[in-house]
Design a protein around this ligand. Structure first.
Ligand code: NG6
Ligand code: CA
Length: 503
Protein backbone atom coordinates (compact mmCIF):
# COMPACT_ATOMS: atom_id res chain seq x y z
CA UNK A 1 0.00 0.00 0.00
CA UNK A 2 1.23 3.45 -0.86
CA UNK A 3 2.29 5.13 2.39
CA UNK A 4 0.85 8.42 1.10
CA UNK A 5 -2.71 7.12 0.77
CA UNK A 6 -3.72 7.35 4.45
CA UNK A 7 -1.97 10.74 4.63
CA UNK A 8 -3.86 11.98 1.58
CA UNK A 9 -7.16 10.81 3.05
CA UNK A 10 -6.39 12.54 6.33
CA UNK A 11 -5.52 15.82 4.57
CA UNK A 12 -8.65 15.50 2.44
CA UNK A 13 -10.77 14.89 5.55
CA UNK A 14 -9.28 17.96 7.27
CA UNK A 15 -9.95 20.10 4.18
CA UNK A 16 -13.56 18.92 4.00
CA UNK A 17 -13.91 19.68 7.66
CA UNK A 18 -12.54 23.23 7.26
CA UNK A 19 -14.78 23.87 4.25
CA UNK A 20 -17.81 22.52 6.09
CA UNK A 21 -17.12 24.68 9.11
CA UNK A 22 -16.65 27.74 6.96
CA UNK A 23 -20.02 27.09 5.30
CA UNK A 24 -21.69 26.40 8.64
CA UNK A 25 -20.30 29.66 10.02
CA UNK A 26 -21.52 31.54 7.00
CA UNK A 27 -25.11 30.29 7.49
CA UNK A 28 -27.19 33.23 6.44
CA UNK A 29 -28.80 35.04 9.35
CA UNK A 30 -32.50 35.75 9.59
CA UNK A 31 -33.14 39.36 8.74
CA UNK A 32 -35.76 41.52 10.44
CA UNK A 33 -36.27 45.16 9.49
CA UNK A 34 -38.38 46.97 12.08
CA UNK A 35 -39.62 50.05 10.27
CA UNK A 36 -41.29 52.63 12.47
CA UNK A 37 -43.45 55.35 10.95
CA UNK A 38 -42.52 59.02 11.56
CA UNK A 39 -40.13 58.29 14.44
CA UNK A 40 -37.50 60.99 14.91
CA UNK A 41 -33.82 60.65 15.74
CA UNK A 42 -34.39 61.90 19.29
CA UNK A 43 -37.54 59.88 19.98
CA UNK A 44 -35.80 56.90 21.61
CA UNK A 45 -34.31 56.76 25.09
CA UNK A 46 -30.80 55.98 23.96
CA UNK A 47 -30.80 59.08 21.73
CA UNK A 48 -31.99 61.36 24.50
CA UNK A 49 -35.81 61.11 24.62
CA UNK A 50 -37.38 62.93 27.56
CA UNK A 51 -40.79 62.02 28.93
CA UNK A 52 -41.06 58.55 27.43
CA UNK A 53 -39.09 55.38 28.04
CA UNK A 54 -38.10 52.89 25.35
CA UNK A 55 -36.46 50.03 27.27
CA UNK A 56 -36.76 47.42 24.51
CA UNK A 57 -35.19 49.63 21.87
CA UNK A 58 -32.49 50.79 24.30
CA UNK A 59 -31.64 47.15 24.97
CA UNK A 60 -31.17 46.56 21.23
CA UNK A 61 -28.86 49.59 21.21
CA UNK A 62 -26.83 48.48 24.21
CA UNK A 63 -26.28 45.02 22.70
CA UNK A 64 -25.99 46.31 19.14
CA UNK A 65 -24.67 49.12 17.03
CA UNK A 66 -26.32 52.53 17.30
CA UNK A 67 -25.84 54.75 14.22
CA UNK A 68 -25.68 58.51 14.57
CA UNK A 69 -25.70 59.47 10.87
CA UNK A 70 -27.88 56.91 9.07
CA UNK A 71 -30.65 58.14 6.80
CA UNK A 72 -33.86 57.10 5.17
CA UNK A 73 -33.81 58.20 1.57
CA UNK A 74 -36.63 60.77 1.81
CA UNK A 75 -38.50 62.83 4.36
CA UNK A 76 -41.82 61.17 3.47
CA UNK A 77 -43.06 57.63 3.62
CA UNK A 78 -43.82 56.26 0.15
CA UNK A 79 -40.52 57.55 -1.31
CA UNK A 80 -38.43 56.10 1.54
CA UNK A 81 -40.21 52.74 1.34
CA UNK A 82 -39.80 52.65 -2.42
CA UNK A 83 -36.05 53.20 -2.07
CA UNK A 84 -35.67 50.68 0.74
CA UNK A 85 -37.27 47.90 -1.31
CA UNK A 86 -35.92 48.77 -4.76
CA UNK A 87 -32.52 50.33 -4.09
CA UNK A 88 -33.49 53.15 -6.38
CA UNK A 89 -34.31 56.79 -5.59
CA UNK A 90 -37.99 57.67 -5.53
CA UNK A 91 -37.62 60.65 -7.87
CA UNK A 92 -36.74 58.22 -10.69
CA UNK A 93 -40.28 56.84 -10.38
CA UNK A 94 -41.86 60.20 -9.41
CA UNK A 95 -42.96 58.43 -6.22
CA UNK A 96 -44.79 60.67 -3.75
CA UNK A 97 -47.20 60.06 -0.87
CA UNK A 98 -49.90 57.78 -2.28
CA UNK A 99 -53.62 57.76 -1.70
CA UNK A 100 -55.19 54.59 -0.33
CA UNK A 101 -56.48 53.40 -3.70
CA UNK A 102 -53.35 54.08 -5.79
CA UNK A 103 -51.93 51.34 -8.04
CA UNK A 104 -48.69 49.55 -7.17
CA UNK A 105 -45.75 51.84 -7.93
CA UNK A 106 -43.05 49.17 -7.96
CA UNK A 107 -42.65 47.67 -11.40
CA UNK A 108 -43.24 43.91 -10.92
CA UNK A 109 -40.38 43.19 -13.36
CA UNK A 110 -37.90 45.06 -11.23
CA UNK A 111 -35.41 43.38 -8.92
CA UNK A 112 -36.15 44.10 -5.25
CA UNK A 113 -34.65 43.44 -1.85
CA UNK A 114 -37.17 40.70 -0.99
CA UNK A 115 -36.81 39.04 -4.42
CA UNK A 116 -33.05 38.98 -3.96
CA UNK A 117 -33.48 37.32 -0.57
CA UNK A 118 -35.92 34.79 -2.03
CA UNK A 119 -33.18 33.82 -4.49
CA UNK A 120 -30.83 33.35 -1.55
CA UNK A 121 -33.27 30.83 -0.06
CA UNK A 122 -35.18 33.08 2.31
CA UNK A 123 -38.85 33.00 3.08
CA UNK A 124 -40.00 36.64 2.96
CA UNK A 125 -42.84 38.31 4.84
CA UNK A 126 -44.20 41.79 5.38
CA UNK A 127 -46.43 42.66 8.30
CA UNK A 128 -47.75 46.20 8.66
CA UNK A 129 -47.87 49.39 6.66
CA UNK A 130 -47.40 49.07 2.90
CA UNK A 131 -48.18 52.46 1.27
CA UNK A 132 -46.69 51.51 -2.10
CA UNK A 133 -50.01 51.08 -3.90
CA UNK A 134 -51.93 47.94 -4.81
CA UNK A 135 -53.42 46.55 -8.03
CA UNK A 136 -53.04 47.89 -11.53
CA UNK A 137 -55.74 50.52 -11.75
CA UNK A 138 -58.93 50.94 -9.83
CA UNK A 139 -58.85 48.34 -7.04
CA UNK A 140 -61.79 46.05 -6.44
CA UNK A 141 -61.42 45.48 -2.69
CA UNK A 142 -63.87 42.58 -2.86
CA UNK A 143 -61.61 40.30 -4.89
CA UNK A 144 -58.06 39.09 -4.65
CA UNK A 145 -55.91 42.14 -5.50
CA UNK A 146 -53.81 41.32 -8.58
CA UNK A 147 -50.60 43.25 -7.86
CA UNK A 148 -48.99 43.77 -4.48
CA UNK A 149 -46.35 42.40 -2.11
CA UNK A 150 -46.38 38.98 -3.78
CA UNK A 151 -45.27 40.48 -7.11
CA UNK A 152 -42.65 42.56 -5.27
CA UNK A 153 -41.14 39.46 -3.67
CA UNK A 154 -42.99 38.71 -0.43
CA UNK A 155 -44.16 35.15 0.22
CA UNK A 156 -46.48 36.36 2.96
CA UNK A 157 -48.17 39.69 3.55
CA UNK A 158 -50.46 41.19 6.17
CA UNK A 159 -51.02 44.84 5.42
CA UNK A 160 -52.35 48.17 6.40
CA UNK A 161 -52.78 49.10 2.72
CA UNK A 162 -51.77 52.80 2.94
CA UNK A 163 -51.80 54.80 6.20
CA UNK A 164 -53.86 54.74 9.37
CA UNK A 165 -55.39 58.07 8.40
CA UNK A 166 -56.59 56.88 4.99
CA UNK A 167 -59.41 54.56 3.90
CA UNK A 168 -59.90 51.64 3.53
CA UNK A 169 -59.49 50.86 7.25
CA UNK A 170 -59.13 47.12 6.74
CA UNK A 171 -56.28 44.63 6.88
CA UNK A 172 -55.27 42.86 3.68
CA UNK A 173 -53.71 39.40 4.04
CA UNK A 174 -52.05 37.84 1.02
CA UNK A 175 -53.86 40.43 -1.11
CA UNK A 176 -57.39 39.76 0.19
CA UNK A 177 -59.33 41.85 2.68
CA UNK A 178 -59.50 40.04 6.02
CA UNK A 179 -63.02 39.22 7.34
CA UNK A 180 -64.83 40.63 4.35
CA UNK A 181 -68.55 39.81 4.26
CA UNK A 182 -69.49 39.36 0.57
CA UNK A 183 -72.94 40.76 1.38
CA UNK A 184 -71.38 44.03 2.51
CA UNK A 185 -68.92 44.91 -0.27
CA UNK A 186 -66.35 47.68 0.09
CA UNK A 187 -66.26 50.84 -2.02
CA UNK A 188 -63.51 53.42 -1.59
CA UNK A 189 -63.30 56.87 -3.11
CA UNK A 190 -60.80 59.71 -3.07
CA UNK A 191 -62.09 63.01 -4.36
CA UNK A 192 -65.73 62.23 -5.02
CA UNK A 193 -67.74 61.86 -1.84
CA UNK A 194 -69.71 58.65 -1.50
CA UNK A 195 -72.48 57.81 0.96
CA UNK A 196 -71.44 55.18 3.48
CA UNK A 197 -69.53 55.98 6.65
CA UNK A 198 -70.49 59.46 7.85
CA UNK A 199 -68.24 62.39 7.00
CA UNK A 200 -66.15 64.05 9.68
CA UNK A 201 -66.88 67.61 8.58
CA UNK A 202 -70.61 66.97 9.02
CA UNK A 203 -70.35 64.96 12.24
CA UNK A 204 -67.74 66.39 14.61
CA UNK A 205 -69.78 64.92 17.49
CA UNK A 206 -68.69 61.43 16.40
CA UNK A 207 -64.97 62.13 16.74
CA UNK A 208 -62.40 61.09 19.33
CA UNK A 209 -59.97 63.71 17.95
CA UNK A 210 -60.72 66.81 15.91
CA UNK A 211 -58.78 67.28 12.68
CA UNK A 212 -57.82 69.80 10.05
CA UNK A 213 -60.01 69.94 6.91
CA UNK A 214 -57.83 67.39 5.06
CA UNK A 215 -58.80 64.52 7.37
CA UNK A 216 -62.56 64.94 7.49
CA UNK A 217 -63.73 62.13 5.24
CA UNK A 218 -65.11 58.78 6.42
CA UNK A 219 -65.55 58.46 10.19
CA UNK A 220 -64.53 54.96 11.26
CA UNK A 221 -64.10 53.99 14.91
CA UNK A 222 -64.65 57.64 15.90
CA UNK A 223 -61.78 58.86 13.71
CA UNK A 224 -62.26 60.76 10.48
CA UNK A 225 -59.85 59.89 7.67
CA UNK A 226 -58.65 61.00 4.25
CA UNK A 227 -61.03 59.52 1.64
CA UNK A 228 -64.52 58.07 1.67
CA UNK A 229 -65.66 54.51 2.25
CA UNK A 230 -68.74 52.35 2.20
CA UNK A 231 -69.30 48.73 3.36
CA UNK A 232 -66.92 46.18 4.84
CA UNK A 233 -68.20 46.72 8.41
CA UNK A 234 -67.03 43.31 9.65
CA UNK A 235 -63.57 43.89 8.21
CA UNK A 236 -62.85 47.26 9.84
CA UNK A 237 -59.79 47.47 12.05
CA UNK A 238 -59.97 48.88 15.55
CA UNK A 239 -57.18 51.43 15.85
CA UNK A 240 -56.52 50.67 19.52
CA UNK A 241 -55.84 47.03 18.63
CA UNK A 242 -53.51 47.56 15.68
CA UNK A 243 -50.26 47.17 17.70
CA UNK A 244 -51.45 43.82 19.08
CA UNK A 245 -52.75 42.51 15.74
CA UNK A 246 -49.52 43.41 13.95
CA UNK A 247 -47.25 42.07 16.70
CA UNK A 248 -49.22 38.80 16.79
CA UNK A 249 -48.95 38.39 13.02
CA UNK A 250 -45.23 39.18 13.05
CA UNK A 251 -44.43 36.78 15.89
CA UNK A 252 -46.59 34.05 14.29
CA UNK A 253 -44.55 34.52 11.10
CA UNK A 254 -41.32 34.11 13.09
CA UNK A 255 -42.66 30.95 14.78
CA UNK A 256 -43.77 29.45 11.47
CA UNK A 257 -40.45 30.14 9.76
CA UNK A 258 -38.09 29.28 12.58
CA UNK A 259 -36.54 26.38 10.64
CA UNK A 260 -35.55 28.27 7.50
CA UNK A 261 -33.89 31.62 6.95
CA UNK A 262 -36.51 34.32 6.82
CA UNK A 263 -36.77 38.01 6.08
CA UNK A 264 -39.43 39.86 8.03
CA UNK A 265 -40.23 43.45 7.14
CA UNK A 266 -42.17 44.57 10.21
CA UNK A 267 -43.58 47.91 9.28
CA UNK A 268 -45.37 49.44 12.22
CA UNK A 269 -48.33 51.81 12.07
CA UNK A 270 -46.97 53.66 15.12
CA UNK A 271 -46.11 56.45 15.58
CA UNK A 272 -48.07 57.84 12.62
CA UNK A 273 -51.34 59.64 13.24
CA UNK A 274 -54.06 59.04 14.25
CA UNK A 275 -52.13 58.50 17.47
CA UNK A 276 -54.68 56.55 19.46
CA UNK A 277 -52.85 54.47 22.05
CA UNK A 278 -54.31 51.32 23.52
CA UNK A 279 -55.48 51.83 27.12
CA UNK A 280 -52.47 49.73 28.20
CA UNK A 281 -50.22 52.63 27.13
CA UNK A 282 -52.42 55.68 27.74
CA UNK A 283 -50.54 58.13 29.98
CA UNK A 284 -47.38 56.07 29.88
CA UNK A 285 -45.55 59.23 28.81
CA UNK A 286 -45.66 62.88 29.81
CA UNK A 287 -46.33 63.90 26.21
CA UNK A 288 -49.89 62.79 25.62
CA UNK A 289 -50.81 60.49 22.72
CA UNK A 290 -47.58 61.02 20.75
CA UNK A 291 -45.45 59.88 23.67
CA UNK A 292 -47.86 57.09 24.54
CA UNK A 293 -47.62 55.57 21.06
CA UNK A 294 -43.82 55.72 21.29
CA UNK A 295 -44.10 53.53 24.41
CA UNK A 296 -46.58 51.31 22.55
CA UNK A 297 -44.21 50.98 19.60
CA UNK A 298 -41.37 50.09 21.97
CA UNK A 299 -43.55 47.31 23.40
CA UNK A 300 -44.05 45.94 19.84
CA UNK A 301 -40.26 45.91 19.37
CA UNK A 302 -39.98 43.95 22.61
CA UNK A 303 -42.47 41.39 21.27
CA UNK A 304 -40.20 40.71 18.30
CA UNK A 305 -37.09 40.28 20.45
CA UNK A 306 -39.05 37.98 22.74
CA UNK A 307 -40.33 35.85 19.85
CA UNK A 308 -36.81 35.50 18.43
CA UNK A 309 -35.43 34.63 21.84
CA UNK A 310 -38.15 32.02 22.43
CA UNK A 311 -37.11 30.26 19.22
CA UNK A 312 -33.40 30.55 20.05
CA UNK A 313 -32.93 32.85 17.05
CA UNK A 314 -31.91 36.15 18.62
CA UNK A 315 -28.15 35.47 18.31
CA UNK A 316 -28.19 34.86 14.58
CA UNK A 317 -30.83 37.33 13.47
CA UNK A 318 -29.78 40.60 11.90
CA UNK A 319 -32.30 43.11 13.23
CA UNK A 320 -32.36 46.59 11.79
CA UNK A 321 -34.46 49.06 13.73
CA UNK A 322 -35.17 52.35 11.97
CA UNK A 323 -37.83 54.75 10.65
CA UNK A 324 -39.20 56.01 7.32
CA UNK A 325 -39.02 59.79 7.82
CA UNK A 326 -38.54 62.45 10.41
CA UNK A 327 -40.87 63.35 13.23
CA UNK A 328 -43.92 65.61 13.08
CA UNK A 329 -45.93 66.99 15.95
CA UNK A 330 -48.98 68.31 14.11
CA UNK A 331 -49.85 66.32 11.00
CA UNK A 332 -53.54 67.21 11.11
CA UNK A 333 -55.12 65.54 14.17
CA UNK A 334 -55.60 67.52 17.35
CA UNK A 335 -53.73 65.38 19.88
CA UNK A 336 -51.80 68.22 21.54
CA UNK A 337 -48.37 66.86 20.62
CA UNK A 338 -47.01 70.42 20.18
CA UNK A 339 -48.41 71.60 23.47
CA UNK A 340 -47.22 68.58 25.47
CA UNK A 341 -43.77 68.01 24.00
CA UNK A 342 -42.01 69.82 26.87
CA UNK A 343 -38.21 69.60 26.65
CA UNK A 344 -38.29 66.52 24.44
CA UNK A 345 -36.59 67.03 21.05
CA UNK A 346 -38.14 64.61 18.51
CA UNK A 347 -35.40 65.31 15.97
CA UNK A 348 -32.58 65.49 18.52
CA UNK A 349 -30.29 68.48 17.94
CA UNK A 350 -31.13 68.42 14.25
CA UNK A 351 -33.23 70.98 12.42
CA UNK A 352 -36.34 70.04 10.47
CA UNK A 353 -38.94 67.30 10.55
CA UNK A 354 -41.03 65.14 8.25
CA UNK A 355 -41.46 66.91 4.84
CA UNK A 356 -38.20 68.82 5.39
CA UNK A 357 -34.85 68.87 3.61
CA UNK A 358 -33.04 69.71 6.86
CA UNK A 359 -31.30 66.88 8.67
CA UNK A 360 -34.10 65.73 10.98
CA UNK A 361 -36.17 64.92 7.87
CA UNK A 362 -34.03 61.90 7.06
CA UNK A 363 -31.52 61.31 9.86
CA UNK A 364 -33.10 58.32 11.49
CA UNK A 365 -32.75 56.45 14.74
CA UNK A 366 -30.96 53.35 13.45
CA UNK A 367 -29.81 50.30 15.37
CA UNK A 368 -28.28 47.11 14.02
CA UNK A 369 -28.51 44.13 16.38
CA UNK A 370 -26.84 40.83 15.50
CA UNK A 371 -25.05 39.46 18.55
CA UNK A 372 -23.32 36.70 16.61
CA UNK A 373 -21.50 39.10 14.26
CA UNK A 374 -21.88 42.71 15.33
CA UNK A 375 -20.02 44.21 18.26
CA UNK A 376 -21.94 46.59 20.49
CA UNK A 377 -21.08 50.28 20.14
CA UNK A 378 -21.90 53.34 18.09
CA UNK A 379 -21.03 54.29 14.53
CA UNK A 380 -20.99 57.66 12.82
CA UNK A 381 -20.73 56.19 9.29
CA UNK A 382 -22.82 58.13 6.78
CA UNK A 383 -25.36 55.58 5.53
CA UNK A 384 -28.55 55.49 3.50
CA UNK A 385 -31.32 52.92 3.55
CA UNK A 386 -31.19 52.89 -0.25
CA UNK A 387 -28.01 50.84 0.19
CA UNK A 388 -29.57 48.04 2.22
CA UNK A 389 -30.50 46.20 -1.00
CA UNK A 390 -26.90 45.98 -2.29
CA UNK A 391 -25.42 45.58 1.20
CA UNK A 392 -27.65 42.68 2.16
CA UNK A 393 -27.12 41.14 -1.30
CA UNK A 394 -23.41 41.11 -0.57
CA UNK A 395 -24.04 39.57 2.85
CA UNK A 396 -25.95 36.63 1.36
CA UNK A 397 -23.74 36.34 -1.75
CA UNK A 398 -26.26 37.45 -4.32
CA UNK A 399 -25.56 39.46 -7.46
CA UNK A 400 -27.84 42.30 -8.50
CA UNK A 401 -28.63 42.72 -12.20
CA UNK A 402 -27.17 45.85 -13.79
CA UNK A 403 -30.48 47.63 -14.20
CA UNK A 404 -31.70 46.85 -10.69
CA UNK A 405 -31.00 48.77 -7.51
CA UNK A 406 -29.35 51.49 -9.58
CA UNK A 407 -28.68 53.75 -6.60
CA UNK A 408 -27.84 51.05 -4.10
CA UNK A 409 -24.23 50.56 -3.03
CA UNK A 410 -22.66 47.84 -0.95
CA UNK A 411 -21.73 49.20 2.50
CA UNK A 412 -22.20 45.95 4.40
CA UNK A 413 -18.98 46.46 6.37
CA UNK A 414 -20.22 49.78 7.66
CA UNK A 415 -23.70 48.42 8.43
CA UNK A 416 -22.07 45.65 10.49
CA UNK A 417 -19.60 47.96 12.24
CA UNK A 418 -16.54 46.42 10.55
CA UNK A 419 -15.70 49.71 8.90
CA UNK A 420 -16.45 53.30 9.78
CA UNK A 421 -16.46 54.33 6.15
CA UNK A 422 -19.87 55.14 4.75
CA UNK A 423 -20.97 57.14 1.73
CA UNK A 424 -18.98 59.95 0.24
CA UNK A 425 -22.20 61.61 -0.97
CA UNK A 426 -25.70 60.99 0.32
CA UNK A 427 -28.95 62.22 -1.23
CA UNK A 428 -31.82 63.39 0.97
CA UNK A 429 -35.08 63.62 -0.98
CA UNK A 430 -37.73 66.10 0.22
CA UNK A 431 -39.74 68.82 -1.53
CA UNK A 432 -36.33 70.05 -2.59
CA UNK A 433 -33.10 68.03 -2.44
CA UNK A 434 -30.46 67.84 0.26
CA UNK A 435 -27.01 66.40 -0.31
CA UNK A 436 -24.35 65.41 2.19
CA UNK A 437 -20.63 65.30 1.48
CA UNK A 438 -18.90 64.29 4.68
CA UNK A 439 -20.12 66.83 7.18
CA UNK A 440 -21.12 69.37 4.57
CA UNK A 441 -24.81 69.69 3.92
CA UNK A 442 -26.13 71.36 0.79
CA UNK A 443 -29.77 72.20 0.02
CA UNK A 444 -30.84 72.90 -3.54
CA UNK A 445 -32.48 76.31 -3.97
CA UNK A 446 -36.23 76.41 -4.45
CA UNK A 447 -37.80 79.78 -5.06
CA UNK A 448 -41.42 78.75 -4.57
CA UNK A 449 -43.92 79.58 -1.85
CA UNK A 450 -44.30 76.81 0.71
CA UNK A 451 -47.64 75.07 0.04
CA UNK A 452 -50.34 75.89 2.55
CA UNK A 453 -50.77 72.33 3.73
CA UNK A 454 -47.10 72.36 4.84
CA UNK A 455 -47.29 75.83 6.43
CA UNK A 456 -50.21 74.66 8.55
CA UNK A 457 -48.07 71.88 10.01
CA UNK A 458 -45.49 74.35 11.39
CA UNK A 459 -42.90 72.67 9.19
CA UNK A 460 -39.97 74.30 7.40
CA UNK A 461 -39.38 72.28 4.21
CA UNK A 462 -36.08 74.11 3.53
CA UNK A 463 -37.15 76.25 0.54
CA UNK A 464 -34.75 79.11 -0.10
CA UNK A 465 -34.06 81.10 -3.30
CA UNK A 466 -30.28 80.67 -2.84
CA UNK A 467 -28.20 77.55 -2.21
CA UNK A 468 -27.83 76.63 1.45
CA UNK A 469 -24.65 75.09 2.82
CA UNK A 470 -24.03 74.06 6.39
CA UNK A 471 -21.02 72.70 8.19
CA UNK A 472 -22.53 70.06 10.46
CA UNK A 473 -19.30 69.66 12.45
CA UNK A 474 -19.65 73.14 13.86
CA UNK A 475 -23.32 73.69 13.26
CA UNK A 476 -25.29 70.42 13.53
CA UNK A 477 -28.58 72.30 13.68
CA UNK A 478 -28.07 74.01 10.29
CA UNK A 479 -28.41 77.57 11.50
CA UNK A 480 -25.65 79.37 9.58
CA UNK A 481 -25.65 79.34 5.78
CA UNK A 482 -21.99 79.11 4.69
CA UNK A 483 -22.61 78.99 0.94
CA UNK A 484 -21.15 82.44 0.17
CA UNK A 485 -17.89 81.64 2.00
CA UNK A 486 -17.44 78.26 0.30
CA UNK A 487 -18.24 78.59 -3.41
CA UNK A 488 -15.99 75.67 -4.39
CA UNK A 489 -17.78 73.29 -1.98
CA UNK A 490 -21.14 74.45 -3.33
CA UNK A 491 -19.95 73.93 -6.92
CA UNK A 492 -18.72 70.42 -6.19
CA UNK A 493 -21.92 69.43 -4.45
CA UNK A 494 -24.10 70.97 -7.15
CA UNK A 495 -22.20 69.01 -9.79
CA UNK A 496 -22.66 65.77 -7.85
CA UNK A 497 -26.37 66.40 -7.32
CA UNK A 498 -26.79 67.15 -11.02
CA UNK A 499 -25.10 63.90 -11.93
CA UNK A 500 -27.37 61.92 -9.58
CA UNK A 501 -30.50 63.62 -10.89
CA UNK A 502 -29.50 63.14 -14.53
CA UNK A 503 -28.18 59.59 -14.26
C1 NG6 B 1 -50.09 63.76 4.00
C2 NG6 B 1 -51.28 63.82 4.91
C3 NG6 B 1 -50.89 63.31 6.28
C4 NG6 B 1 -50.19 61.97 6.20
C5 NG6 B 1 -49.11 61.99 5.17
C6 NG6 B 1 -48.51 60.64 4.92
C7 NG6 B 1 -52.62 65.77 4.30
C8 NG6 B 1 -52.79 67.24 4.48
N1 NG6 B 1 -51.69 65.20 5.04
O1 NG6 B 1 -50.45 64.15 2.71
O2 NG6 B 1 -52.04 63.19 7.06
O3 NG6 B 1 -51.11 60.96 5.89
O4 NG6 B 1 -49.60 62.44 3.94
O5 NG6 B 1 -47.63 60.34 5.91
O6 NG6 B 1 -53.31 65.14 3.53
S1 NG6 B 1 -46.51 59.33 5.54
O7 NG6 B 1 -45.77 59.11 6.76
O8 NG6 B 1 -47.21 58.13 5.13
O9 NG6 B 1 -45.70 59.94 4.50
CA1 CA C 1 -43.97 58.05 7.62
Amino acid sequence: MNILTPLKSAVFAVLICIAFNACAQRANPNIVIIYVDDLGYGDIGVNGAIGVETPHIDKLASNGLNFTDAHCSASTCTPSRYSLLTGSYAFRRKAHILEGDAPLIIDPNMGTLPKMLQKAGYNTGIVGKWHLGLGNGKIDWNKKIPLGPEEVGFDYSFLIPATGDRVPCVFVENQEVVNLDPNDPITVSYGTRIEGYPWGFQHPELLKQHTDPYHQGAVINGISRIGYMKGGKEALWVDEEIPFVLSDKATAYIDENKDNPFFLYFSLHDIHQPRIANIKFVESSTMGPRGDVIAQMDWCVGQISKALEKQGLLENTLMIFTSDNGPILDDGYLDYARELVGDHKPGGVYRGSKYSAYEAGTRMPTIVHWPKEVKAGTSSALLSQVDLYASLASLVNQKIAKDDGVDSKNFIDAWLGKSSKGREFLLEEAYTYGLRMGNWKYIMPKDKPVPNWIVQKFVDPGFHPEPQLFNLDEDPSESKNMADENPEVVAKMEAELKSILEK
